[in-house]
Structures are given as structure tokens and as C-alpha cells.
Design a protein around this ligand. Sequence first.
Ligand code: UD1
Ligand code: MG
Length: 425
Amino acid sequence: MAAKKRPSKLAPATVTAVNPPKSSINNPQPKSDDSSPIAPAKVSLIFKISLIFLIPYFYLIFYHYKIESELRRSILINAVISLIGFFGTVTMIPVASKYMLRRGLFGLDINKKGTPQGSIKVPESLGLIVGGVFLVVAILFQTFNFTADSNWLVEYNAALSSICFMMLLGFVDDVLDVPWRVKLLLPSIAALPLLMAYAGHTTIIIPKPLVSYVGLEILDLGRIYKLYMWLLAIFCTNSINIHAGINGLEVGQTVVIAAAILIHNIMQIGASADPEYKQAHAFSIYLVQPMLATSLGLLSFNWYPSSVFVGDTFTYFAGMTMAVAGILGHFSETLLIFFLPQVLNFLLSLPQLAGIIPCPRHRLPKFDPQTGLLTGTNDGTLVNFFLRQLGRMSEQSLCVVLLVFQAICCCFCFLLRWLLTGWYK
Ligand code: UD1
Ligand code: MG
């Protein structure tokens, strides 16, 4: 059966489905021949970048805090299976890429349009491998941590259902290219298993300075709390998806936020004496560690110049996993500060998303094939905002700048928490 080619989404005018572009014939870069292998993973680069996070993380676990040996054992077992998941992802992506290309699931790199690299078919939706490996790791981990009657088991499996459902809808979106106003709603369906199974508290602690005005220290929000959880899941998933379009940005932002979540979880576990509070943060670690490890595997192929694209399968999967970790770990307000660049991007996007001003299919910068530099356009995105403020720059530099900004926002969150301790709660 002839492979189906993707429709207009992928700039069909530049896709030569039958005859590969001539420029790729003697090109050392990955060729557009459907059976050709993709460029090798940049594993050593990813390993070096990972050390920036791994050193402080393991320092906190082993030396800084006195964490109970049983909890530490569970975290380490999860880390080891996650590491296996990393290698599984790196091994499977080249294999899956061939299948994606064969079935016509590829995209063209818009920020290289007009250069030989711009006409290469880049396999799409490799988030499918990340999500698949993540689910296997997360499911197998239950053997090491939960007993059959554990209360956590219900919520843990509901969390996995929501993540799996989100992945499925992301893949459907990649294949069918759902109109983007409809895709904004997809996470609201995927969040349902989690909302239905949620049996945790629905209370919020009133900040100390407001207690005298409200007259309460703890406020039970009941169903409104579930509505908040639902909106958080919709926001996290879409906000990762629309802060995108630059090689390495989708996975890069996920990696930075995931690293910040893990450090936050360990700091909370280390500083608390409440077993339930510790369990909530450990729960988040059990989900975020495998997500971080598998995402790093994907980043080794998606870093500039991308040899694979992540697809909405990945952006939705990553957003939902972090939302679920924040909800069940009860640190959603911290999560929202980690998501500050995404919040800013969302606010900048609002006029276009609301249809007040026209929204093109791709809200990306303008690429100049002569200089290889990007120029900011008037589309309301953080990517364009940074380019307009800092001037023209290469795609790779822009990605690094945006990821450093993401990391600065995470550090700002830690500083804010430290400054407000004792005053706020
Ligand atoms: C969202 C954004 C859209 C942005 C797109 C880029 C909104 C409402 N939608 O749409 O503005 O252009 O993400 O991911 O803000 N691509 C590249 N280089 C990359 C990554 C992607 O050129 O590094 C292109 C490829 O052609 C790829 C396509 O983007 O095929 C993927 O787009 P998709 O994820 O389907 O876009 P949306 O999520 O609908
Ligand atoms: Mg997308």
C-alpha cells in the first residue's frame, strides 16, 4: 500500500513526495530517502548538560538531607529504571523514525526553509516512543513501591490513564491535524480519569497575612478545587505546545521544568516530618524522574539541528505528566511559577488565540537563508518577543537563551519560596 503523505500542515509546496530533493543526494546530513537513518543521537552533549542537574540533585538526596532509607531506596530504584528508559528511548527512536517516514509522518523544518536542510523530511511524533517507554517504566515501578491495598495505587493508575489518554489524543492530533481551537480542548477530556479518581483534599491554606481578612486558616473549595485541577491540566498541556517551533525548545523546556520539580520535591521531603506530605512529593518524583530520563533521550535527537520532531504527542504528554505531578504532589502554585515563561507566552498569545487578531497556522519567526538568522515577527509569542528585544540570532542561540530564561524563572521560584517561608504559610 502506498504511504499516505501528510496534508497541508507540512508546507506541501516544498515536499517532493516522489523525487527526493536533489540537494539531499550528496548531503552528509540525514537524507530525505524514507529508509535512510537519522543523524546519531547527541548523547555526550546531553550527558554533560544533565550533570548540571544531576550533581545537586544527588547531593541533596545523599548528603544534604536525612531521607529515610526506604523512601530513598524507592527513589533510587525509580532512577535506575528511568536510566534504562533513557537508553530504551535512544535505541528505539531511530527504528521508529523509519516507520514514521514510511507512513508519511514527517515535517519540514520551517526555520531552515530555503536551505538544503529545509527540504529534508524530519520524522514527526517521536513523543510516542517517549510516552510508551515512560508508561512501561511507570507501570513496572509499581512492583517495587506499592502494595496491592495501597491507597496511592488508585490515584497513581488514574494519573497514568490521563497521561496515556493525553498521548493518544496528541497522536490523533499529529495524524489528523485537528483545527487548533479544538486542540486547545483535548486536554480537558484526557484529564477526566484523574479528576474522577481524585480522593485527596480539596482545601487550600490561606496565606497568613490574609487569615485575619478571610477569618479562616484553611478553606475547603470542594468542587471548585476540582475545577482548578482541570484548568491547570488544560493550561500546562497547551502552554508547552504553543511555546514551540524552535529546535529543542519543546523538550528543552520540559527538561528544565522537570529538573526544577525534582529538586523542589527533594527539598520538601528533606525539610518535612509529615509522612503524608513526603509521600505526595515522592509520588511526583516517581512520575517526573522517568519523564525526565525519556525526554533527555528524545532531546539527544531533537537538539539543534533536529533529526526528529517531537509532535503534539510529546508536548501533550509532557504537559499532562507535569500537571498530574503538581496536582497529586500538592505543589501546583510552585508549578505555576516554574511555568512563568509559558504563562507569559500564553498572555502574549491571547489576542491571537481569542481570535481578536488573525492567527496564522505557524506563529514562528522569519528565517533568512542567507545569514541563517531568525528575525522576530509581530505574532504574539515569547520567541518573537525575545527576538524583537535582543535582535536577530541563530536558532540554536535563541533556544539556549529561552532555556536559560526558563531556568532563571525556576531559580526565582526557589528564591521566592525561601523569602516567603514563615510569612506566607
Ligand atoms: C503550535 C503553535 C504554532 C507553532 C507550532 C510549532 C500556536 C497556537 N500554535 O502549533 O504557532 O508554529 O506549535 O511547533 O501557538 N517545527 C519546526 N521546527 C521545530 C518544531 C516544529 O519547523 O523545531 C514545525 C514542523 O514543520 C513541524 C510542525 O512545526 O511539522 C509541528 O507543528 P505542530 O506541533 O503540529 O503545531 P501546533 O502544535 O499545532
Ligand atoms: Mg505542537
